[in-house]
Design a protein around this ligand. Structure first.
Ligand code: DOR
Length: 445
């Protein structure tokens, strides 16, 4: 017997849990996948979707986003951001603590969870942010997907750039530590050295490859010292990829953003400060080395670092412009277009954008299309190309660094917990996601 919420997806090209592709049906009820088979007969579901010609992937889990609520809702909020998520096939996200106030204790964590329960169309998890003196909170606050440390590129309480303090954080507890690895001292020196230059391209020189490498080396050193679970956020340079290729302990993971794979310093000429982010865009050589590292498993998965700012903020003169670019609406089509072009396979994309993320963060029941898993799914069309158009974007920021790019693999239907959260080009604003759970991140043996 199926319920009035049941859903049967028929004749989809399914990316199975083992990475293989198979044409078949998926039965969903009570928020979970009940059955996956070449043909599911003798079942009547409340709703059927004929998915012939479409690919069914596990919903994207975006493990690094900045959704700005509370405190910076003029740029984005949890409702607008999660509408953008479902449009992009993102069914879960892990959000960063640099909101106002920052998420640095249980009080702010509870506030975010409450807001998300009311407003979010997708599933949500939040990082607890490290400060110079909140080690006890870092370990006690629940639920948290991990501890976020800004080693650089951040002002105020969330900047932790002293080795002794970092050592103290790495030394205590087991919770995953995710680092924004840029060396603050070097940034400061180079900002002074290049002061007065207003061409935004200087951003990539100020916060150069060495800036990222120095901090990544320090984080790796501390992680090895304590065998502490470490995740390197938005790795951007060939130098860091080479370092990890030489020696990457089992308990270390790394991510890369679509923009660090697909954009480089040439973007400043075309889109100016819209290309400004931290860590900055690099060279075509870095793009290629990062792609290879991703394909080889040196880099484990993809995150967008969705960091929306308004166009009027971006229109100021560098360096008075904020760093960051939105990403949740375009990440899946960008990666699937790369797959169709032969840079990788569709099942690698499913792994990098869902399966591997669920594993790394210990998110139970997510990241695969198999009986018993949560029904967080996305149906995409790999045959239709459409350009990224500013007027169609749902993020409050209202722009994308990829405007005009002709992409395929756009979501046709996005399903969150068995509910249709996006179809016919529109989010279903009635749908609400759930708080993600995190089990003690198992270290690969
Ligand atoms: O460019 C960035 N902007 N990088 C970050 O890590 C933070 C982000 C933001 O919050 O704007």
């Amino acid at each position: 017997m199926t319920s009035s919420h049941s859903l049967l997806i028929r004749r989809a090209n399914i990316i199975l849990a083992n990475g293989e592709l198979s044409i078949g049906d998926v039965l969903i009820d009570e928020g979970q996948i009940l059955d996956v088979a070449s043909s599911i007969d003798n079942v009547t579901a409340a709703r059927e979707i004929d998915a012939q010609g479409l690919n069914l992937l596990p919903g994207v889990i975006d493990p690094q986003v900045h959704f700005r609520e509370p405190g910076l809702e003029h740029k984005e909020d949890l409702f607008t951001a999660s509408c953008a998520c479902v449009k992009g096939g993102v069914t879960s996200f892990l959000e960063m603590p640099n909101t106002r106030p920052p998420t640095i204790s249980q009080v702010e964590m509870d506030d975010k969870l409450e807001r998300a329960a009311q407003k979010c169309l997708v599933n949500y998890g939040f990082f607890i942010g490290a400060t110079l003196d909140n080690v006890a909170d870092l370990l006690a606050v629940e639920p948290a997907c991990g501890i976020k440390i800004f080693m650089g590129s951040m002002g105020g309480k969330l900047l932790v750039d002293e080795e002794a303090v970092l050592d103290g954080i790495f030394a205590r507890g087991k919770r995953l530590i995710a680092v924004h690895a840029e060396d603050q001292m070097r940034i400061k020196q180079r900002r002074e050295q290049f002061a007065g230059i207003h061409d935004p391209a200087i951003h990539s020189q100020i916060q150069d490859n060495q800036t990222a490498l120095l901090a990544t080396k320090l984080a790796l050193k501390l992680s090895k010292k304590y065998q502490r679970r470490l995740h390197i956020l938005h790795m951007s340079t060939a130098d860091e990829a080479d370092l990890l290729r030489e020696s990457k302990p089992d308990w270390v993971t790394a991510e890369v953003t679509p923009q660090h794979l697909l954009l480089n310093v040439s973007a400043y000429e075309k889109i100016g400060t819209l290309a400004q982010m931290n860590p900055p865009l690099r060279t075509t050589h870095d793009n290629e080395v990062l792609w290879q590292a991703l394909r080889d498993g040196v880099i484990d998965f993809i995150a967008t670092d969705h960091a929306p700012h308004l166009l009027e903020e971006k229109a100021k003169e560098y360096p008075n412009t904020p760093s960051g670019m939105p990403g949740v609406e375009t990440s899946l089509p960008l990666m699937l277009t790369a797959a169709v072009e032969g840079k990788c396979t569709v099942s690698q994309v499913a792994n990098w954008m869902s399966t591997a993320v669920a594993k790394a963060y210990g998110i139970p029941n997510k990241g695969a299309i198999a009986p018993g898993y949560d029904a967080d799914l996305v149906l995409v069309d790999l045959k239709k190309y459409r350009p990224v158009l500013r007027e169609e974007l749902l993020s409050k920021s209202g722009w994308s660094p990829f405007e005009g790019w002709n992409l395929t693999g756009w979501p046709v239907v996005t399903i969150v917990g068995g509910q249709i959260a996006y179809e016919k080009g529109r989010p279903n604003t009635e749908v609400r996601g759930q708080a993600l759970r995190f089990v003690d991140t198992p270290l690969p043996s």
